[in-house]
Design a protein around this ligand. Structure first.
Ligand code: HEM
Length: 418
């Protein structure tokens, strides 16, 4: 008999937006709009993940993220998702795998500083030609006028290639990266001890493969991939095995679902707003492609929320928050905050302030891989334009059943030339 940890309440709060079905059925917009209008900082007394606060408007999210001492990301208190449990809930046989997204300063500062150069402006620029070429090759491999799954053939393929290059992972085995990442990132599926232990086994399999890569890299100093950079740094070369695995999971999972789902959102989002797609088809100005990239990220928001834990009793815009309360920062909602993004449910490719979106977060944890993700998504938009290709979505996509990763599992499409 499986040991069940998480049980959903029988009569859920209608404003409990952590319910996965709201996201897999694409019904989150209405309760979020209500929260923004009626209760932008809302206490949900009971949910599958226990009580938590929902923060749903732009300013308070920035406010919370600007105070990392008061609002912690630490894995010890449950980390960065509303689903996370603190160390006191660890079950026998479970081992925490700390990663720097779920650390506070000073550990966070040192580890982030180590990997950040791999995603800096000059490294990203170095990747540009290759990214355009890979995007081009994948697009050329797709059929025109025949149905296929965009998620599998385009979004997953391009994202997996990007990860393999960042890690200098053996090219022929790159699909393992996706399989590991999918299994480890699917936080909704760890409801029983058995499921949690299966996750640990996958993490160890991945850890063993990367240990081999790590040993090989140790023999060839001076390379620029992520493993070499970690290996050559003071902050990361002395990590425990668990911390090493935790950070690998972070870098692989962090870049995987997110980038993949932004590329799927390009197809789905523009299909919903053909007049906006027409603007991109008529105008190949690179600045418009970049603006459209930001707008698609805003509209999709591939990570719907991040979570923080209050370290002290405190007041937040008139609400009394107690020490150890959980706060879910709903980027998906802030990115549709009417006071910042009028008509936010619509994609407007030339929206003036699209780049103000919070899809990459805000403050000291703001996405370290943002430039690489932006490059990948802009390359897709411009290479589609260059080929005069349009993607038509043939049926409603199958969506991810989770309130953290916000994306698509399958999407039948057909390419057409215009
Ligand atoms: C952090 C979103 C792509 C690696 C974050 C955070 C968000 C985010 C919201 C903030 C976490 C927080 O405040 O707690 C996204 C989106 C992406 C994307 C929407 C694509 C469209 C990538 C890529 C990588 C990556 C390509 C690397 C391969 C990371 C890492 C962090 C992070 C390591 C932790 C940063 C820190 O704690 O200082 N990402 N991400 N992300 N992301 Fe991304």
């Amino acid at each position: 008999m499986a040991t069940q940890y998480r049980v959903a309440p029988e009569n859920p709060d209608p404003l409990d937006v952590s319910r996965a079905e709201l996201w897999s059925e694409d019904r989150w917009q209405e309760p979020m709009a209500r929260l923004r209008a009626e209760s932008p900082i809302h206490y949900c007394e009971d949910s599958k993940f226990g009580p938590y606060w929902s923060v749903t408007t732009y300013k308070p999210i920035q406010h919370v993220e600007a105070l990392p001492k008061l609002f912690s990301s630490s894995w010890e208190y449950g980390g960065i998702t509303v689903a996370g449990d603190g160390v006191e809930h660890l079950q026998e046989g479970e081992i925490p795998m700390p990663m720097f997204i779920a650390m506070d300063p000073p550990q966070h500062t040192a580890q982030r500083r180590t990997v950040a150069p791999a995603f800096g402006p000059s490294e990203t620029e170095r990747m540009r030609t290759d990214t355009l070429k890979r995007t081009s090759d994948v697009l050329d491999s797709l059929p025109v006028g025949e149905p296929f799954d965009w998620v599998e053939k385009l979004s997953i393929e391009l994202t997996t290639q990007m990860l393999a290059i960042l890690f200098d992972f053996p090219w022929e085995e790159r699909h393992k990266l996706t399989a590991w990442s999918d299994a480890l990132g699917d936080i909704e599926s760890f409801n029983t001890l058995e499921e949690r232990q299966a996750r640990l086994a996958i993490a160890y399999e991945m850890g063993a493969a990367f240990k081999e890569l790590w040993d090989r890299k140790a023999q060839s100093p001076g390379e620029h991939d992520l493993i070499s950079i970690m290996l050559q740094s003071d902050a990361m070369s002395h990590m425990s095995h668990e911390e090493f695995m935790g950070n690998l999971i972070l870098l692989i999972v962090g870049g995987n679902d997110t980038t993949r789902n932004s590329m799927s959102a390009y197809a789905y989002g523009l299909h919903q707003f053909p007049e906006e797609r027409a603007k991109l088809e008529a105008n190949h100005d690179p600045d418009l492609a970049v603006n459209a990239m930001h707008e698609i990220l805003r509209w999709q928001t591939p990570l719907a929320h991040m979570r923080r834990t209050a370290m002290e009793d405190t007041e937040l815009f008139g609400h009394q928050i107690r020490k150890r309360d959980k706060l879910a920062l709903w980027y998906a909602s802030a990115n549709r905050d009417e006071s910042v993004f009028p008509d936010g449910d619509r994609i407007i490719v030339d929206r003036e302030n699209a780049r103000r979106h919070l899809a990459f977060g805000y403050g000291i944890h703001r996405c370290v891989g943002a430039r690489v993700a932006e490059l990948q998504l802009t390359a897709l938009i411009s290479e589609m334009q260059r080929r005069r290709l349009r993607v038509n979505v043939l049926a409603e996509p199958e969506r991810v059943h989770a309130s953290f990763v916000h994306g698509y599992r399958r999407m039948q499409v057909e390419l057409e030339r215009y």
